[in-house]
Design a binder for this molecule. Structure first.
Ligand code: PLP
Length: 421
């Protein structure tokens, strides 16, 4: 790996558009990252934690019942959601936390929106014994209470952000502000393949374990069935699970690589989070150039997705460039498509997709129907659906779910009042 080239730019996208004060930590980080990537000892350290803590390799499932029902291409599912803390986010958190340790940092900060990246980072910091502060918008704290609970259980401090819209973008700003003043002893773990260079390269490298395992498992399970892989499908928020899944295949002409964005409730501004296929505009936001959902006067627009992890207004620069070059195709799945796909695979296969990953599952269902039976599609289940219980059960659980929640509240009040003290 010593001769590997990392990029500041991917086509016209990427770069490092930051205030002067952040040049020093980013230069230092880039040097440490390159040094670590060339050191087999560092890779061995990452692999050891991957084996014993993350639960790698994650399995690949042949979704035989689903494929039979659809009658077209055979669908395989990379069960990345079986990793510790329930999603691919842990791969990046482990890599960056080990890098921080190598750099002698004693404190880690992170931003989180829905909380998945915060939970992964907090878990790794607990494992490695590093102090952890997670910035989270007050609005997100209120609507993602279960993840706040887990972060605190892992010993992290969840720092509420009260500026701006009090969501993910504001949490990133707050984390950058912290880092500018604290980088002497602190590393900032960004949660997706975006931000100023070297983050997009670094996050891709730490997530590419998903793609490397997939490559081996295709030989083991897909080729063994006499099938050829037509497409890999992954959902795209910031783009980290997709770029890691696609990474080993980028330099070859096949299979097709398909990124699926959040189609939300439709293509009206504010109702979705799809940046590709003409909806996003080139801009520079939070330190990097890419495609963003921007209003006519250049302000970042509101987004909507039922899945908390896909409602980000920007896309990682490498995926934006791969979309422009055509190597990665983009599709959209709506909230309703994702819920349908989640139900379909739960009933047929006994696995529950995270709502984010269910967007990829929806596209896999759509294209499987159009393809012959000797082809295969591999979809990345970037996360498992346990974390979405409060959303999916509200959508699919009906009045019995509501009365359950009510009874829990009643029980809580009764305990509080009648505790006997
Ligand atoms: C955070 C998250 C995503 C979206 O982030 P990417 O960087 O685009 O991968 C997708 N799936 C799950 C389960 C997530 O937690």
């Amino acid at each position: 790996m010593a001769d590997k080239v990392y990029n500041d730019y991917f086509g016209e996208f990427g770069g490092r558009y930051v205030a002067e004060v952040l040049r020093t930590p980013l230069d230092e980080l880039e040097a440490a990252f390159k040094d670590a990537m060339a050191d087999p000892g560092f890779h061995a350290e990452v692999d050891a934690i991957a084996d014993t803590f993350v639960g790698r390799p994650t399995p690949m499932l042949y979704a035989r019942n689903s494929s039979d029902e659809l009658g077209g291409a055979r669908i395989f599912v990379k069960l990345e959601g079986l990793a510790n803390t329930g999603a691919h986010k842990i791969n990046n958190a482990v890599g960056q936390a080990l890098l921080a340790k190598r750099m002698g940092k004693t404190r880690i900060i992170a931003e989180t929106g829905a909380g998945q990246h915060g939970v992964a980072t907090a878990a790794v910091c607990a494992k490695l014994g590093i102090e952890c502060v997670v910035y989270m918008g007050e609005v997100d704290i209120a609507r993602q209470r279960p993840n706040v609970f887990f972060m605190e259980l892992f010993g992290a401090t969840v720092a509420p952000v009260s500026s701006g819209q009090r969501t993910l973008k504001d949490a990133v700003n707050e984390a950058l502000r912290d880092w500018a003043a604290s980088f002497a002893d602190t590393h900032y773990v960004i949660g997706s393949a975006l931000g100023p260079s070297p983050y997009p390269d670094m996050v891709r490298e730490f997530q590419s374990v998903v793609g490397r395992e997939t490559q081996e498992q295709i030989e083991q399970y897909v080729a063994a069935e006499g099938l050829s892989v037509e497409a890999l499908v992954a959902c795209v928020g910031g783009g980290s699970n997709a770029i890691g899944f696609f990474a080993p295949f980028l330099d070859q002409a096949s299979p097709r690589l398909i990124g699926v964005e959040a189609g939300g409730r439709g293509t009206e501004p504010g109702q979705h989070a799809a940046r590709m296929k003409g909806l996003g505009r080139t801009g520079i936001v939070q330190g990097y150039k890419s495609l963003f959902l921007l209003s006519d006067d250049g302000q970042v627009q509101d987004t909507h997705s039922l899945s908390a992890g896909l409602d980000y207004p920007g896309i990682g620069p490498q995926l934006a460039a791969l979309g422009v070059s055509g190597r990665v195709e983009f599709a959209r799945a709506t909230d309703a498509d994702a819920l349908d796909a989640l139900r379909f695979f739960a009933r047929n296969e006994g696995v529950v997709f995270a709502l984010e990953s269910a967007h990829g599952a929806a596209e896999a269902i759509r294209i499987a129907r159009e393809l012959p039976r000797d082809r295969a599609i591999v979809v990345n289940m970037s996360g498992r659906g346990d974390k979405d219980l409060f959303i999916t059960a509200r959508e699919l659980g009906g009045p019995r779910w509501k009365s359950f929640l009510q009874s829990e509240v009643d029980r809580f009040d009764a305990d509080a009042n009648g505790g006997g003290e």
